[in-house]
Design a protein around this ligand. Structure first.
Ligand code: DAH
Length: 351
């Protein structure tokens, strides 16, 4: 064998050692040692062949051979440590083909899930989504919605004012409801209009099981020719049945909101006791069989006029609801604060 042939052989032995050492499950390191480094091992025999090679080259080849031998010894020491050798042939339990540990999956927040479900119901009825700013002008939040300055109806909505003025010199405020999106939408487009507007709203209120200074609402607005209270009733009934099941009933109680006339509070039949809490009083509907869920009504002509819609030609209905209230009913949550605490034990129950 000449020097080149010897080098090629060394390289082949080295490759086959690497392949054997990297096998999974791992080969027994003792057997590997015997095969490559043992007295009659592949490398040992090759080193012995050096004697046939001229002295000049033998020196460098010998050094090369020894380097490979050291490499192999180091790898074998590592393999023995992993497999717990010395001892009989040991197979490791490592199986890289097994699936990994599952990573915990995140999920949508109950409020987002609720909003998505409500949004789906309305999108089936042809409503599209409109959005507005959280920092709002007095004009959009109150005035154009038929709350004149100093009108007592403003007292229904404790407001956070921002230390900035709008173009007319009035303080900006954090919107107290999603109703200003009605005005913004109507001022931006010609009728007909069919929108829902979900989003965050703010009120200067103390926090308790059913109040928060930040919460979420969804607003609805439908303007067309000849839209009446009957359309409002049908739309809300269809929505409630879609969300809570076909046995859900809806009733309207007269109420007052400056931007609608007539105005109503809309109640749904209690989804928990179904009105049958004769012996034990249902804690959700307080035994009345009804749960108040929305404000609604026929859009006031003053609101249409503020948006340059002719009230003789166009009419419509509007409604607004708190998303938290729906989430609490859908997921049986009794305290609104649970929705903001982000306790995983609660969040994990909602998918
Ligand atoms: N904006 C009202 C509130 O936050 C809710 C509401 C009532 C919205 C009646 C409406 C409506 O669109 O017609 O209290």
């Amino acid at each position: 064998m000449n020097a080149t042939g010897w080098k090629e052989k060394l390289s082949a032995i080295r490759d086959s050692f690497s392949i054997s050492a990297a096998k999974i499950p791992a080969e027994n390191p003792e057997a590997l040692e015997l095969r490559f480094l043992g007295r009659k091992g592949e490398l040992a025999l090759l080193l012995r062949d050096l004697k046939d090679i001229p002295l000049e080259e033998r020196k460098t080849l010998g050094a090369l051979g020894n380097t490979v031998k050291e490499e192999m010894t180091a790898i074998l020491t590592g393999l023995k440590a992993v497999s717990g050798a010395p001892g009989p042939a040991v197979k490791t339990d490592l199986d890289l083909t097994l699936p990994g540990w599952p990573l915990p999956k995140g999920s949508l927040h109950p409020l987002t899930v609720t909003l998505n479900r409500m949004g789906e119901c309305f999108s089936k009825l042809g409503f599209s989504i409109a959005e507005g700013p959280l920092i709002e002008e007095d004009y959009f939040n109150f005035e154009a919605l038929n709350f004149p300055p100093f009108h007592p109806a403003r007292d229904m909505q404790d407001t956070f004012y921002v230390d900035l003025k709008d173009a007319s010199g009035k303080d900006l405020l954090l919107r107290t409801h999603t109703s200003p999106v009605q005005i913004r939408t109507m001022k931006n487009q010609e009728p007909p209009v069919r929108i829902i507007s979900p989003g965050r709203v703010f009120r200067s209120e103390a926090v308790d099981a059913s109040h928060s200074f930040v919460f979420h609402q969804i607003e609805g607005l439908y303007i067309d020719k000849g839209v009446s209270m009957a359309d409002l009733k049908w739309t809300l009934e269809t929505f409630m049945k879609d969300l809570f099941g076909s046995s859900a009933k809806v009733r309207f109680m007269p109420s007052y909101f400056p931007f609608v006339e007539p105005g109503a509070e809309v109640e749904v039949s209690c989804v928990f006791c179904r009105g049958k809490s004769d012996t034990v009083r249902c804690p959700v509907c307080k035994g009345t069989g009804w749960i108040e869920l929305l404000g609604a009504g026929v859009v006031h002509p003053n609101v249409l006029k503020a948006c340059n819609y002719d009230p003789q030609k166009w009419s419509g209905f509007a409604f607004g609801a708190g998303i938290e209230r729906f989430a609490m009913l859908l997921y049986g949550i009794s305290d609104m604060r649970m929705l903001y605490e982000n306790d995983l034990r609660i969040l994990k129950q909602v998918h």
